[in-house]
Design a protein around this ligand. Structure first.
Ligand code: SAM
Length: 331
């Protein structure tokens, strides 16, 4: 049936996105939180974030329309959602995600040229050549992973396995989550040496219960999974959010390495953002983001991943989460 007429006429208005992103850049929400239930006047907020008072009031009114701030009798305050995700003292702060989206603003301005020419405008990917953005991305992935890793861990039974290889493991979110659930599990996290500097910090930060001994159980190995062999053989090989940075051919080759790194009887777990088979779903929009913001990334279909798994030798392929997680076995 497609889009309704009112929604259709809203489509071109990217204004709201920029208003919102600028509000995060200005960090409107942290000072607003200090106003508590009473909130804060636009003037007081402007003094706190060093902006023009009249224009700050207009910005706040627009944020009320967007639904991220509420206003009563000239005083503005956060909604429950902005209190959780955009106040810097909140344990769930996700402002870096919006800062990353804002950092991509210029690149999105080239979308037409990219589509016309078929040529990317970015060299490599941010993990290779943008340490500032890589660090921010890892922080965002870590926070998102903290929200979703516990439910994934519950869906995949590793109770009969002892060793776990996290390929491109990033901040270590999933190694940490699985090691916490399975105290006998030993993990190896393989990633670029520059990323491992951050990984170490996240593992130390997550130490938690001393009996977990995460530092002693998550072994970090530096390397490039496209050009280096993967280390050792493991009962479980885990790959999360790697495929959409790579070409078809690179992924195809990587699956052969994953197979080699899996013990007979072991399991591979692949998590990514797959484009739906019948309806593309939101991941098709994310695939445009990869077109704009990486040299060769894109989202693949689950059927393409299934083909790579089979070509590599894996069997008993099964979807654990729709368009997100596939598991398979090595006989
Ligand atoms: C999107 S992050 C995913 C991190 C983690 N797996 C997760 O799901 O939270 C991609 C990770 O792949 C790593 N990476 C990218 N290219 C790589 C390569 N060629 N060899 C090894 N690691 C790579 C990056 O350093 C980064 O940690």
């Amino acid at each position: 049936m497609g889009i309704s007429a009112p929604s259709f006429f809203q489509l071109g208005y990217y204004w709201e996105a920029k208003i919102f992103l600028v509000s995060v850049r200005l960090d409107v929400y942290t000072p607003l939180a200090t106003g508590g239930d009473w909130g804060m006047t636009a003037e007081a907020l402007a003094a706190s974030i060093k902006t023009d008072p009249a224009f700050t009031e207009r910005l706040l009114d627009a944020l009320v329309v967007i639904g991220v701030v509420v206003c009563k009798e000239g005083r503005y305050r956060n909604t429950p959602v902005t209190s959780d995700f955009l106040v810097k003292t909140s344990p769930f702060y996700m402002g870096e995600l919006m800062l990353l989206q804002d950092a991509e603003w210029e690149a999105w301005g080239h979308l037409e040229e990219i589509v016309r020419s078929g040529k990317p405008q970015v060299a490599g990917n941010l993990f290779m050549n943008r340490p500032d953005l890589a660090q921010m991305t890892l922080k965002v992935l870590y926070r998102m992973g903290q929200r979703m890793a516990p439910s994934l861990v519950e869906k995949i039974d590793l109770s009969s396995y002892h060793s776990f290889l996290d390929v491109g493991g990033g901040a270590g979110t999933f190694s940490i989550a699985f090691c916490k659930k399975y105290p006998a599990l030993q993990a190896t996290l393989f990633d670029l040496p520059q990323t491992l500097e951050y990984t170490q910090k996240y593992i130390i930060q997550e130490k938690g219960d001393a009996s977990c001994n995460l530092e002693g159980r998550i072994h970090l190995i530096g390397g490039n999974f496209n050009t280096d062999p993967l280390p050792g053989e493991h009962d479980v090989v885990f790959l999360s959010d790697i495929l959409h940075y790579q070409t078809y051919a690179e992924n195809q080759a990587l699956f052969h390495k994953l197979y080699k790194a899996t013990n007979p009887g072991g399991m591979v777990v692949v998590k990514d953002m797959f484009v739906g088979e019948e309806q593309p779903g939101w991941n098709a929009i994310f695939s445009i983001h990869m077109m704009v913001y990486s040299e060769k990334g894109r989202c693949f279909k689950g059927s393409e991943v299934t083909a790579w798994l089979k070509q590599a030798g894996f069997c008993e392929i099964c979807e654990v989460e729709r368009n997100t997680v596939l598991v398979a076995r090595k006989m």
